[in-house]
Design a protein around this ligand. Structure first.
Ligand code: SF4
Length: 387
């Protein structure tokens, strides 16, 4: 289905309560209801960027933040460990580069990705423009998802960035897809763009051959020293409407309330969740800016009865698995009970002599998965169900 601006505008202009109701209806059906993906974002190289993004304090042209070189792998991995301990399921690494340079710099990022992945976290990177070769190497190292925002509409883009084009962005996105990585791609509201610009961005995302798996919606933080300093904050109802439209036209995407959340009231954030947002960044800092505190975030989730999103549960839902083997993603043939979330047990190979002690029906479904060494349960790799 192709989305056109006029149709999406009709949706956007529905009475607020109807729009939020429809968005929540889609959310309940397609996403894992009442859950929120928890991410942690680490700036691994800060400032001195050669690009001129008008909203960004890390651009060398605005020079409003202190540059820091690429962090050592050990330090980043330590931050990833802390993120995991704080409950994050995804660790995102951002570097203020136009593009990463092949050689020791990129090799260091690859090694970091390997080590963070080994902690059992989903890994996301945002490093600027990527060649196809770099995208493939990142994927091989274990990077699950790449963030590359389109920011706004094609028409408004040159008013915000002049050092690269919309098509440059789309080329990197194609490379990311060709390499087999997931895509995180969204925009920023409140940069002086019109409602149409915001909706055109959503159409651009929804009309991609494969729409993004994650859509971050940012509210501009008008940073001192940047050309957008002093901008009025985006109206919260306009923000919520954009989230709702995104939920309806890109139903399978995780939608993140990203930058600017620290300035939102609890009630405003709750409205975003009602409209279909299901992802936030945890942590005190978001790259160079303040973020909501972790304790405050958990308290809010608790008040709203929202739970952290289990990535496996989300994967199951997105693949259409009904827990009965009918989706074809599970090799057990649906002959045993599927459990996900906190009840799911990672697949430890079970010694052959122990198989007799298991439920015969359960064993039946896994006979084909026993290998020549007599170990059992490898085929599903624990990614899909518990035993
Ligand atoms: S948004 Fe990224 S590319 Fe643009 S100036 Fe900031 S760090 Fe550089």
């Amino acid at each position: 289905m192709i989305y056109y601006l006029d149709d999406v505008k009709k949706l956007y202009n529905l009475p607020f309560t109807s729009l939020v109701y429809y968005a929540q209806e889609v959310h309940q059906q397609v996403q894992v209801p009442n859950t929120v993906q928890l991410n942690m974002l680490q700036s691994i190289k800060t400032g001195a960027c050669s690009e001129d993004c008008a909203y960004c304090p890390q651009s060398a042209r605005h020079s409003s933040c202190k540059p820091e070189p690429l962090m050592a792998t050990e330090k980043i991995v330590e931050a990833a460990r802390r993120a995991k301990a704080a409950g994050a399921g995804r660790f995102c690494m951002g570097a203020a580069w136009r593009r990463p340079t092949d050689g020791p710099q990129f090799d260091s990022v690859l090694e970091t990705v390997r080590q963070v992945k080994a902690l059992g976290l989903q890994v996301c990177c945002t490093l600027g423009i990527l060649t196809l070769d770099q995208a493939k190497r990142l994927k091989e190292a274990g990077c699950d998802i790449y963030n590359h925002n389109l920011d706004t509409s094609r028409e408004y883009y040159p008013k915000i960035i002049t050092t690269r084009t919309y098509d440059d962005r789309l080329e990197t996105i194609r490379n990311v897809r060709e390499a087999g990585m997931g895509l995180c791609c969204g925009g920023i509201l409140g940069m002086g763009e019109t409602i149409d610009d915001r909706l055109k961005l959503l159409c651009e995302l929804a009309n991609m051959e494969t729409p993004p798996e994650s859509i971050p919606i940012n509210a501009l933080i008008p940073c001192p020293g940047t050309p957008l300093e002093g901008r009025e904050p985006v109206d919260i109802f306009e923000f919520v409407r954009i989230i709702a439209v995104a939920r309806i036209i890109v139903p399978k995407a995780i939608i993140r309330i990203s930058a600017g959340r620290a300035n939102m009231s609890e009630e405003a954030q709750a409205l975003c969740f009602c409209a279909g947002a299901n992802s936030i960044f945890l942590g005190e800092r978001l790259l160079t800016r303040e973020n909501s505190g972790i304790d405050k975030d958990y308290l809010l989730l608790q008040k709203l009865g929202l739970k952290p999103l289990d990535p496996l549960e989300h994967k199951r839902k997105m693949s259409g698995c009904k827990g009965d083997g009918s989706c074809g993603h599970c090799t057990c043939g649906g002959e045993h009970h599927h459990e996900h979330g906190e009840n799911a047990v990672p697949a430890e190979p079970v010694p052959a002599e122990d198989v007799s002690a298991l439920d015969p029906e359960l064993v039946k479904g896994h006979e084909a998965e026993m290998d020549e060494n007599g170990t059992w349960g490898r085929a599903c790799n624990g990614e899909h169900h518990g035993h």
